[in-house]
Design a protein around this ligand. Structure first.
Ligand SMILES: [Zn+2]
Length: 582
């Protein structure tokens, strides 16, 4: 294959009209050329491989064409065009700033700028990756950019517009190149495939386009790679194998399991995917976008947004019909939550499994009463006498509401001798189960139902995982919900919780007043957070900041004092000159 040319070069557009996916931009450039209103400097910005350099070259060729066509394109036949196409034109200079970014490189370019063109009207200087120029090179270049000779046109290209100095930006006409849509990419790949006699499947090209992420150069080089790998038969199977993309077939199979509450099969499929070397997080995000695609396909209008081949779109639409909107919302929310938690999870495999299990449960018959499943009924602990004998609810504790374990439950708390109604604190306090955290006071509960010999206490034991961000968000939400208690609200908003372990978080306050405030409301705050985060073991620790002695400087005098503390010579300066802050 001596004469093998990569597709990206072979099919590099020769005219504005053949540039893919930048229609409005090329039209503007053509109009500027046709009306003769040319700027001296252009800045082409946009992601890599979307046609910046290509457009710059076509632009250079077109403005030098001796006989442009009626619709403003280069003729590709005149002496100038031929020279351009054979890459021997003296009217175009390309500088790759990524490798030639020194002052000397720019100086030698500036030297050339003075020499007028021999054929054609303009000399075009293309500076690629212009953001890579050194500061000194930028400065040297600025002068030329301010007063260029009338035959010189600069086209600066960059992927990182924000790195360009404002002085340069203000002297350029700026063109923003956008990513090429999947549809445009697929069409172009199809065109190239037809020219090259390569057999393709629409889904295959679609995966290629998605992988290229809006860059045509990448799309074409992946295409070349797959063509050589498959010997000219670009099938969907070959593409996903070559690009290590997870087959959408898996997502459809998983969706089937989830819709039919088939946990076992779902876990088996997940295992199969993971055993192929795919990352759990990729699978989770993959499921998320699969459900999102299904949601789009619920409506034929939004199905248009869905950039895939027609045959696969039908399949999505069919599957979407089997899912209710509510199911999809819940599923997306659930998967998104898992995605957020993935990074923090210590047992990532478990999280992946759990995600599948919970997704399957969405379609189980009791899905609506999910809370019911997590309730645990704890046997009655006290007879009515003991109840009255227990010390009444202690002051609010910030300790965790650990559910009484079996041992505690069966502990001998029975006191045989009849007791009066007076509290008998000397009883057996060490077996008093703490359930204060759930806001259930056993003694109070028991007293109310004195006539019931067996008091049943239902305690919800929740142990959902949550992220530090979720904690902070719920914390803030609670603070915002406080209407009357401004002080508490401000304290909570100023001192955000910091998750220490799985269920223990710390709040660092600035002074004892804030500490007291939080202590006083600890029960309310914790009860709310426990419910919102679905975790009964949540515990709060409050600590006064160690550097609370450090006063914050507000007034100029305070600021100056602070500065003097850090810099002794300032004090001497003040003393020696007898300076006073006004
Ligand atoms: Zn021409």
């Amino acid at each position: 294959m001596d004469n093998y040319i990569v597709s990206a070069r072979k099919y590099r557009p020769m005219t504005f009209n053949s540039v893919v996916g930048q229609r409005s931009l090329t039209t503007t450039l053509k109009n500027a050329i046709a009306s003769g209103k040319l700027a001296h400097a252009y800045l082409f910005c946009g992601p890599r491989g979307v046609g910046k350099t290509t457009c710059a070259r076509i632009f250079a060729k077109t403005i030098n064409c001796l006989t442009p066509t009626a619709d403003g394109e280069a003729c590709n036949q005149c002496e100038s065009c031929v020279a351009f196409n054979e890459q021997r034109s003296f009217n175009i200079h390309e500088l790759d700033a990524a490798s030639n970014n020194s002052v000397d490189d720019i100086r030698s370019l500036i030297e050339q700028v003075r020499i007028p063109p021999q054929i054609g009207k303009y000399k075009v200087y293309i500076i690629d990756e212009v953001h890579m120029l050194s500061q000194a090179a930028f400065n040297a270049f600025l002068k030329t950019l301010e007063e260029p000779p009338h035959h010189a046109i600069f086209i600066l290209a960059t992927t990182e517009k924000h790195k360009i100095l404002p002085t340069i930006l203000s002297r350029c006409q700026i063109y923003d190149f956008s990513r090429i849509t999947i549809k445009d990419t697929v069409e172009h790949l199809q065109y190239v495939a037809t020219q090259e006699n390569v057999k393709t499947e629409p889904e295959a090209l679609n995966v290629l386009a998605q992988k290229a992420d809006g860059g045509m150069r990448d799309a074409l080089s992946i295409f070349d790679q797959v063509v050589s790998f498959t010997g000219g038969n670009v099938t969907y199977k070959a593409v996903i194998e070559n690009l290590n993309v997870l087959d959408y077939e898996y997502y459809f199979r998983l969706t089937d399991c989830i819709l039919t509450n088939n946990v076992v099969e779902g876990l088996l499929i997940l295992n199969e995917i993971l055993s192929k070397g795919f990352d759990g997080n990729n699978v989770i995000t993959g499921i998320a976008s699969h459900f999102r695609d299904l949601l789009l396909c619920k409506d034929l209008k939004t199905a248009e947004l869905f950039e895939v081949g027609a045959s696969i779109r039908e399949r999505y639409i069919e599957t979407a019909k089997r899912c209710s909107n509510e199911f999809l919302y819940k599923a997306i929310e659930l998967v998104n939550e898992s995605d957020l938690n993935y990074r923090y999870s210590r047992n990532k495999r478990l999280l992946s499994d759990l995600t599948i299990i919970r997704l399957c449960q969405l379609s189980s018959p009791q899905a609506g009463s999910e809370d019911q499943k997590k309730k645990q009924v704890i046997d009655p602990i006290f007879s009515k006498q003991e109840v009255s004998a227990q010390p009444t609810a202690t002051k609010p504790s910030t300790q965790p509401a650990s559910p009484p374990d079996n041992q505690q439950r069966k502990a001998p708390v029975i006191q045989k001798e009849p007791v009066t109604n007076q509290p008998q604190i000397s009883g057996t306090p060490n077996v008093t189960p703490k359930v204060g955290g759930m806001g259930v006071s056993i003694s109070a509960f028991g007293q109310k139902k004195e006539e019931t010999a067996k008091a049943e206490i239902t305690i919800e034991v929740l142990n959902d995982r949550f992220t530090p961000l979720q904690l902070i968000n719920e914390w803030k939400a609670y603070a915002e919900s406080l209407i009357e208690e401004h002080h508490l609200k401000n304290t909570m908003l100023n001192c955000l919780p910091n998750l220490l372990e799985n269920t223990v978080f710390e709040v660092i306050v600035n002074n004892p007043v804030q500490e007291q405030r939080l202590q006083d409301s600890a029960m309310d705050i914790l009860s709310k957070l426990r419910v919102q985060l679905r975790n009964t073991h949540l515990r709060m620790e409050i600590r006064i900041s160690e550097n609370n002695e450090k006063k914050l400087a507000f007034t100029p005098a305070e600021k100056f004092n602070l500065m003097m503390e850090e810099n002794e010579s300032l004090r001497r300066l003040k003393d020696e000159f007898g300076l006073e802050l006004s």
